[in-house]
Design a protein around this ligand. Structure first.
Ligand SMILES: NC(=O)c1ccc[n+]([C@@H]2O[C@H](COP(=O)([O-])OP(=O)(O)OC[C@H]3O[C@@H](n4cnc5c(N)ncnc54)[C@H](OP(=O)(O)O)[C@@H]3O)[C@@H](O)[C@H]2O)c1
Length: 298
């Protein structure tokens, strides 16, 4: 696999989040990292900064810069709540990308911006390529797309968009963790079987983001674990690999669990461009899930 060539000083946003925390832990040897989030994370030296505020970002540069690159994972990620708070979601997912991209352009440094499969409508029958038409179904998807567009306009030569999906990892709230929690109290779970994607471990994605920062080019990359499944398949695999017994999982349809935000029914990503950059794909989703659950069990 290709080594990340990033050896400079990086700003990682969303440092207290599920992905950002793993990006910091997975920083390559030789890189210096400054992590930032909305609030100071206890126990870690992280300056709290609202990235949608240009003055706050300028002050961050003044105090902690200059930086040689940015990995931007911070976002408004409450997909259903975003339907009620479109302005706040746009401020965080759109405006903050614009502010950071302008700062990156001024500094002449690359910006890796993490985006989502929710920019697609899910009507495809084969994995989405980076160049496929976008058509988000939700406020969250539209605001993330706005972030992509604003960043590319502000810093066309330095913006590297990495779209990913179905994340889980050692930190934060996510689907496999929710299934394991529910299985403590219930012996029967009903899980949606008509949405298909690729569960992706932050342990797999974090090194890929460093490689894109170190060796990528401007444009869009898709990044997800190999293979695909439904949420029902993922629930079953989680319980099985975690050794949970006595819990049955029943498939159901999205219509049986109506949620405020519409989600793409099929959002598998074609990751060939990232594979070409790194010399290997991310691990198969079931292997990566097993690795993660093994770490959790320790
Ligand atoms: N989770 C997934 O399945 C998934 C799938 C596809 C793409 N993504 C993308 O992957 C990235 C990381 O997602 P994640 O699941 O790790 O998210 P997360 O755990 O919610 O972390 C995002 C972090 O950004 C912070 N933040 C929110 N508003 C901010 C602002 N104005 N300024 C600075 N920081 C702010 C959040 O702080 P608070 O918690 O205090 O609000 C949070 O710590 C995001 O770009 C997301 O859109 C996620």
């Amino acid at each position: 696999m290709a080594e990340s060539t990033f050896l400079g000083k990086a700003l990682v946003t969303g440092a207290a989040g599920m992905l950002g925390s793993q990006v910091i832990l997975g920083a390559p040897d030789g890189a210096t990292v400054v992590g930032t989030d909305l609030t100071d994370a206890s126990g870690v030296e992280i300056p709290g900064v609202d990235l949608a505020d240009p003055a706050a970002v300028a002050a961050l540069w003044e105090e902690h810069g200059p930086f040689d690159g940015i990995i931007h994972t911070a976002a408004y990620t409450a997909v259903d709540k975003a339907e009620e708070e479109p302005e706040l979601a746009l401020r965080v997912n759109g405006t903050a990308c614009d502010v950071l991209a302008k700062q990156a352009a001024q500094s002449g440094i690359p910006l890796v911006l993490v985006s989502t499969d929710f920019v697609f409508d899910g009507h495809a029958k084969q994995p989405y390529k980076e160049s496929d038409p976008v058509s988000p179904l939700s406020v969250y998807g539209r605001t993330k797309l706005a972030g992509e567009t604003l960043a590319q306009a502000a810093h066309p030569t330095g913006t590297r968009i990495v779209r990913t999906q179905w994340l889980y990892g050692p930190r934060g709230k996510h689907f496999p963790r929710t299934m394991l929690e529910l299985a403590k109290d219930r012996d029967h779970l009903k899980v949606v079987n008509d949405q298909v994607g690729s569960p992706t471990s932050t342990l797999e994605l974090a090194p890929a983001l460093w490689d894109v920062l170190g060796g990528g080019e401007a444009g869009v990359y898709h990044a997800a674990c190999e293979g695909s499944c439904s949420w029902y398949d993922l629930a079953k695999a989680t319980l099985e690999l975690a050794g949970v017994e006595g819990v049955t999982v029943e498939p159901c349809t999205t219509d049986e669990f109506p949620r405020p935000a519409h989600r793409p029914a099929y959002s598998v990503l074609d990751c060939a461009r990232l594979t070409a950059l790194r010399g290997a794909p991310l691990a198969p989703w079931r292997d990566a899930l097993g690795t993660y659950l093994g770490i959790e069990a320790q």
